[in-house]
Every structure is written in structure tokens, then in C-alpha cells.
Design a protein around this ligand. Structure first.
Ligand code: XLS
Ligand code: NI
Ligand code: NI
Length: 436
């Protein structure tokens, strides 16, 4: 039984190819900076968008009527959807996927029932993983769709809701562990507020911290060795989310003693919603030793929300890969397409076009970034730009071997600072364009 009878396995055909169902840039075996592209990029399919996206928006009904859906939320339907997902991933050649507990399995009238549903689907996922070699990049719990989470989950004002969320995360970590998941993601769905007039921020943050410590304790107790990741996002659905951006997450991690326990999963559209470029968020996380994984998508700068489009802009992927190559890759993280096809792209074949485009844009950006790095001009320029700190008074500053008094004496003697040099921004932008 095939759900995509008109599509064969998507292959690398190279730059000459005009076949829309082939890779032009992504050759999994091509070696870039010593790693096969497949091992370097670790592409992952997001179950919620690709299998559960319906095209519904605040103004209109679902448009994506998948031929395999029977309109029910039954266990049998959930199992069939897993069959569809694995056929899709096998044809795409993607080796990883990610899910929320409630995307893969039906919820239940009680927690017990929901857990049993998740166990049944985990059996099915496990069989498919074993049969195909496709692995779980990360699991997560959906703590935002159900009405009980209207005030948040770990930051809810309702202790019972907190307890429910804890139980849900406990189970999701266990299932992620069972399926060999390499990471576990916390995206703080509704962990934030709309109005400080009704919010005790101190208590909410402390509750979130104790939640994370309990999650870590439980993961340790069951032997889960995957990486915990926070996924920053500044707003939506709440006005202000506590995981605003990489810097806010790292501050929380340090303030509440979670360093070494939680790294970051950086998403492009969330970076731009926070008023940052994706490269900024990646670089900030990287220099703090906290860049764990990425949710690869893109927003539309003319729209102010999380449009979660597939990334096709090679300049964007090049900038991402300049940072990722500097770190030597993302493993155990990867490049997860947290992206959805447009509401107007409602046919199953559009799922292929979308993922092929994202994968090729990243493969292309990887090669461009590697060429820029091999050129060395960018790096040399930056090193040179800070050269005044390599000797003399600058070296003393860098080594912490000076004082305000000494710096004053130095400048009183000298009278004026040495002349500045040009930042050469345009020249460096031209250098990048040489490789595009
Ligand atoms: C929503 C988030 C979500 C996380 C997983 O904006 O990106 O999809 O990646 O909960
Ligand atoms: Ni995401
Ligand atoms: Ni998002």
C-alpha cells in the first residue's frame, strides 16, 4: 500500500537537473569540512506540520484534505498516519523526525487513557524506526493546545494544571527515551503572560525552574541521556513569553542553576519575531556553548507572526551554516523543518516540494559557507580588526592585567586614541556574494 504512488525516492541529480522532485544540491555523501552532508545536517521532518497541518487559519477552514485521513481521531487513524509519515520520510531520504505527544497519538478523556494511546503509537513508531533506520531527533509534549493550559502549563496559576503538565512531560520523556530520541525539547507554549496586572512573575519563574529540575531528575532516573533544549520565542501565543530569545533563556538557565542541563533549539522565525537575525541567535548561543539544534524555517518580514515557511533563501542558510560549521555541526541536534506548506498548497505533492526546497537551500548554503570559510578572508579580517588587543595596552586589557588608573595614565601620556580603521562592511558583503 503506497500513499504517494506517484513519487519515487527523491535522489540527488545535480545542478543540471530540472526535475522538481530531485535534489540539485543535496548529495548526502558529499563531504564538507570532513563530514558527509547527511551526518552534518541531520535533516528532520516535523510531524505536527507535515502530518497534522490542515491549512486551517483564523479566517478559514482546513484546505488540506489528505486522501489517507478518515476524518476521525482514532488510534487506527493515528497508526495509519505513522505509516504515511514513514513512507514520506523514506522517499525524501530524511533520517530524523520530531513529534509532540499529541500529534502522534490521540488525547484521552483521562491522563491514563492519553498515556495508553501514546504507548500504543510508540509501539508502532518503534516498529517503523527499526524497519527503516529513521530515528527520533527529539520528542516534546504539547502543553498549549488543550483548554486546561489557557494560563500556561509550568507557569499556570493553577497547581493542578502544573501537575498535569508534569505528568505529561514525564510520559513524553519516557516515550522519547524508549524511542531512542537524541534530544528533548521544551517550547514554552503558553509560558508567559498577557498582562502583569494579574501575574506574579516571581512565582511563575520559580515554578518553571522547579519543573525543569524535576524533569531533569526524572530523565536522569530513567537513564535518558538525550540533550534537553529550550526553544526561545518572544511572543505568540502570549504577549510576552519567558523564553524570549537566546539571551533570556540563558539568563534563566544560569539564574536557576540549569547550566549544563539545558541547551537551545533556535528557530529562524522566532529569532526574527524577537527582532534578531537568525545568525545573531545562533552565534549568541554558540559562543555560550549552548547551540544544540535548530528549527529551520523562515518568517515573512511583512507579516508579524510565526508563519513557519520553508526556508528557501540561500543567503539565510549560508549565514546559518557559517555559524554551524564554526561549531563543527549540531549533533546530537539537527536541522528540523519546523515549517508548514501554505494553505493554498494543499496537495500531498506540495509536502515533497517544500521539504526538497528546504533541504536543497541548506545543502547549497552549506557549500557556500564552506567556500567562504576556505577563502579565509572574512576570518582574517575579523582577526586583524581586533589586532590592537594582541599586544601592548590591548593585550593587558584582554589579560585583565590593567586598571582604570593605568589606562588613564596611558591615555594622558598619549593624548588621543590611535586612528580607527574602516569596518569594510560593503567589501565583506561583496566577498560573501562572490561565493553565492
Ligand atoms: C511553535 C514552536 C513549536 C516547537 C515545538 O512556535 O516552534 O512548533 O518547535 O513545540
Ligand atoms: Ni519550533
Ligand atoms: Ni515556531
Amino acid at each position: 500500500m503506497s500513499y504517494f504512488p506517484d513519487v519515487d525516492a527523491v535522489k540527488f541529480e545535480g545542478l543540471e537537473s530540472t526535475n522538481p522532485l530531485a535534489y540539485r544540491h543535496y548529495d548526502p555523501d558529499e563531504v564538507v569540512e570532513g563530514q558527509r552532508m547527511e551526518d552534518l545536517l541531520r535533516f528532520s521532518v516535523a510531524y505536527w506540520h507535515t502530518m497534522r497541518g490542515s491549512g486551517v487559519d483564523p479566517f478559514g477552514a482546513p484546505t488540506m484534505i489528505r486522501p489517507w485521513e478518515d476524518g476521525s481521531d482514532s488510534l487506527d487513524m493515528a497508526k495509519k498516519r505513522v505509516d504515511v509519515a514513514f513512507e514520506f520520510m523514506q522517499k525524501m531520504g530524511t533520517k530524523f523526525y520530531c513529534f509532540h505527544d499529541r500529534d502522534v497519538a490521540p488525547d484521552g478523556a483521562t491522563l491514563k487513557e492519553a498515556n495508553a494511546n501514546l504507548d500504543a503509537i510508540a509501539d508502532h513508531l518503534e516498529q517503523h524506526q527499526n524497519a527503516t533506520g529513521i530515528k527520533l531527533l527529539w520528542g516534546t509534549a504539547n502543553l498549549f493546545s488543550h483548554p486546561r493550559y489557557l494560563h500556561g502549563a509550568a507557569t499556570s496559576c493553577n497547581a493542578d494544571v502544573y501537575a498535569y503538565a508534569a505528568a505529561q512531560v514525564k510520559k513524553a520523556i519516557e516515550v522519547t527515551h524508549r524511542l531512542g530520541g537524541e534530544n528533548y525539547v521544551f517550547w514554552g507554549g503558553r509560558e508567559g503572560y498577557h498582562n502583569l496586572l494579574n501575574t506574579d512573575m516571581t512565582r511563575e519563574l520559580e515554578h518553571l525552574a522547579s519543573f525543569m529540575h524535576m524533569a531533569h531528575d526524572h530523565a536522569t532516573a530513567i537513564g535518558f541521556q538525550g540533550q534537553f533544549l529550550f526553544e526561545p520565542k518572544p511572543k505568540e501565543p502570549t504577549k510576552h513569553q519567558y523564553d524570549f530569545d537566546a539571551a533570556a533563556c540563558l539568563n534563566f538557565i544560569r539564574a536557576y542553576d540549569l547550566e549544563g542541563v539545558v541547551k537551545l533549539n533556535i528557530e529562524t522565525n522566532h529569532a526574527t519575531l524577537a527582532g534578531h537575525e537568525m545568525m545573531h541567535e545562533l552565534e549568541y548561543a554558540r559562543i555560550q556553548g549552548a547551540l544544540g539544534s535548530i528549527d529551520a524555517n523562515t518568517g515573512d518580514l511583512l507579516l508579524g507572526w510565526d508563519t513557519d515557511q520553508f526556508p528557501t533563501d540561500v543567503y539565510l542558510t549560508t549565514k546559518c551554516m557559517l555559524v554551524i560549521l564554526e561549531q563543527g555541526g549540531l549533533a546530537p541536534g539537527g536541522v528540523n523543518f519546523d515549517a508548514k506548506v501554505r494553505r493554498e498548497s494543499f496537495e500531498p505533492i506540495d509536502l515533497f516540494h517544500a521539504h526538497i526546497g528546504g533541504i536543497d537551500a541548506f545543502a547549497h548554503g552549506t557549500k557556500i559557507a564552506a567556500a567562504i570559510r576556505a577563502d579565509g578572508g572574512l576570518k582574517d579580517f575579523v582577526k586583524e580588526r581586533y589586532g590592537s588587543y594582541d599586544s601592548g595596552i590591548g593585550e593587558k586589557i584582554d589579560k585583565g592585567e590593567t586598571t582604570f588608573a593605568e589606562l588613564e595614565a596611558y591615555m594622558l601620556e598619549k593624548g588621543e586614541a590611535a586612528p580607527n580603521q574602516s569596518g569594510r562592511q560593503e567589501m565583506l558583503e561583496n566577498l560573501v556574494n562572490r561565493y553565492l
